[in-house]
Design a protein around this ligand. Structure first.
Ligand SMILES: Cc1cc2nc3c(=O)[nH]c(=O)nc-3n(C[C@H](O)[C@H](O)[C@H](O)COP(=O)(O)OP(=O)(O)OC[C@H]3O[C@@H](n4cnc5c(N)ncnc54)[C@H](O)[C@@H]3O)c2cc1C
Length: 397
């Protein structure tokens, strides 16, 4: 069977790798290459963690991904995965997101434990926990070096005999029944096509994805750490963290890494973004807001400057859950979309799922079926709190 995978972000790359490993003839296309700066998978790092509230499908896909990332990291000359743990700071009253997660995490053979404030203050003296209600720690969690991971997966795919092509693939959705998928002026000939183009997906397939996905602008900052104190704030001394907070955007961070700085970003899906035309320059009001949060939460970093920034995008589905579907105009075209700002960690697990859908006709989980968006307004539990926040602030329709 000949397979064409369009898009070598983490989803396309892992899918191509798993299919090729089964002995299939796989071609992988990307406009600019794996983990490029404009893609959702670009940039230095991503958090991997198991807690997903009620949505156990993500906990399981993430759990299925650890071994792949660990092997990739162990066999690489540069570390790709740092298992530093994950700290959940719950400043909102409702901690059901974590309590719901606990059972699913346990079923995967992993754990999440509650820390008393006293324990947490002793363990993490550089975090201001005064206004935090509850604190939880996930041990099997950490940071993936994102763009490096993506490139390594593609390198492995190529070493195993996979083919890569750099350039734009054009899709005519109106003529998809005639396999109108073109590269360099020629139709791509394949038995199955997998379209995993992240934020560009809705441009290639406007009929299917145009009204079911939207792209939001996200800023990421790296802060300087005190001179001679980098070790105190690095991945060996501190876990990744997320502040679950309904009154503010949920801030999250990854300790000092790659000599860049102490990473902090926020989860808010309120400003639309075009991956082709929007400038990637931070906005002063968001910078100020982030500084004020960071200096409050990490007082030892107070007054320290930003050393690096990034502006990137989330490719959101309307309910924050992934979309996996055969295109209704062509049963040989599988579409992967709606990674909604949380799709990196579980790329390998998702790639295995797609392999089984393509090779073994495994049924696509209903949870990922785009049809749900016609009738069902149930969002992922995490996403719900974000939408509440955005609605309250009148940032989101
Ligand atoms: C700031 C930020 C923080 C995040 N934090 C986390 C986190 O902590 N943990 C986590 O799990 N996830 C996180 N995510 C989400 C995660 O990074 C994304 O969900 C994931 O990387 C999306 O991967 P993808 O393969 O779907 O899309 P992409 O990585 O965007 O890949 C799509 C690819 O398709 C290619 N392409 C597009 N159109 C064409 C075309 N016409 N022809 C050829 N190629 C094309 C592009 O060049 C691109 O490489 C974060 C995302 C952002 C932006």
């Amino acid at each position: 069977m000949k397979i064409a995978v369009i898009g070598s972000g983490v989803w396309g790359a892992c899918t191509a790798y798993h299919l090729q490993k089964e002995g299939l003839d796989v071609d992988l296309y990307d406009m600019w290459g794996a983990g490029n700066s404009r893609s959702g998978s670009g940039g230095a790092s991503r958090i991997i963690r198991l807690a997903y509230g009620e949505d156990k499908i993500y906990t399981e896909l993430t759990n299925n991904s650890f071994e792949f990332w660990e092997n990739l990291s162990n066999k690489s000359d540069r570390k790709l995965y740092h298992e530093c743990g994950m700290l959940w700071l719950v400043s909102q009253d409702d901690s059901s997101y974590i309590t719901h997660s606990a059972e699913h995490i346990k079923n995967c053979g992993q754990s999440i434990s509650r820390l008393t404030k006293k324990e947490a203050i002793k363990k993490y003296p550089h975090i201001n926990l005064n206004d935090i209600n509850e604190i939880y720690y996930e041990e099997k969690a950490g940071a993936l070096l994102a763009s490096r991971c993506c490139k390594s997966v593609v390198r492995k795919f190529k070493n195993n005999g996979g083919n890569t092509f750099i350039g734009e693939v054009k899709v005519d959705e109106n003529n998809l029944d005639k396999n109108d998928i073109v590269f360099n002026g020629k139709k791509i000939k394949a038995d199955k096509y997998i379209i995993a183009c992240g934020p560009w997906g809705r441009k290639l397939l406007p009929e299917m994805l145009g009204e079911n996905t939207y792209i939001s602008r996200q800023e990421v900052y790296y802060f300087s750490v005190p001179n001679n104190k980098a070790v105190e704030f690095d991945l060996n001394s501190m876990p990744c963290w997320l502040d679950l907070n309904e009154n503010n955007p949920s801030y999250y961070g990854i300790p000092f890494h790659l000599n860049k700085g102490f990473k902090i970003a926020y989860d808010e899906r309120s400003t639309l973004f075009d991956p082709d035309t929007s400038d990637r320059i931070p906005m002063q009001d968001l910078v100020d807001r982030t500084k004020s949060y960071l200096y409050h939460r990490f007082p030892r970093l107070k007054g320290l400057p930003i050393s690096e920034t990034r502006v990137c995008q989330y490719e959101n589905s309307l309910d924050g859950n992934f979309i996996i579907n055969w295109h209704k105009k062509n049963n040989d075209v599988l579409v992967l979309a709606g990674s909604s700002g949380h799709g990196f960690k579980l790329g390998p697990g998702l790639g295995e799922l797609v392999r089984d859908i393509v090779l073994e006709n495994k049924e696509i989980p209903e949870f990922f079926d785009i049809k749900r968006l016609e009738s069902n307004d149930k969002s992922s539990q995490y996403y719900n709190s974000q939408i509440k926040y955005n609605k309250r602030k009148r940032l989101f329709n």
